[in-house]
Design a protein. Sequence first.
Length: 212
Amino acid sequence: MISYLNIENIERSTDGVEYHPLRPFLPENARVLFLGSFPPQRKRWCMDFYYPNFINDHWRIEGQVFFGNRNHFVDTNAKCFKIDEIVAFCKERGLAFFDTSTAIRRLQDNASDKFLEVVEPTDIPTLLQQLPLCRAIVTTGEKATDTICQAMHIPAIPKVNNAIAIPETYNSHGEQILLYRLPSSSRAYPLSFDKKVEAYQRMFLSVLNNEV
């Protein structure tokens, strides 16, 4: 079983501060970097990887976009996601994952982004140095979008289903990297599953050169 747990950071959690429990997932061929806000509490995980909450639809959306099957990455009987297949797929397609915060405090005992206090924002330029082919950063929530806009000096927060060029940020081919803001894959976000699939598919078609 694959695991991307960062044991050192889990052990450092103290004084109400949580350090990111996962190592950045940065395939060298990645063209898309998903940056969330911070993982949910460990009790909500069904696997040691990104978007680990079984009731979050991120991996169902990707299953529908790429395979026409929302349950492609779902182990229905075990009520978990197929982590080995997910990791292999992301490496093949060039999808990277981390979050916009490396340390946070939870102001309430739940998974809501609005109750996260950012203690240490992620050094995003350092992540991008390890992703020479990256063409787009994708956020799917207000907290993550706001955090990256502050960190990267982006003057305007893009609306959902829109993209904006990140100032003075280019990949190894001289292409300016874009910030895409997509609908949240959380079921709490008021948009149908099919509409979310359409939004993600448009982004993937654009960034991956129609390789969907």
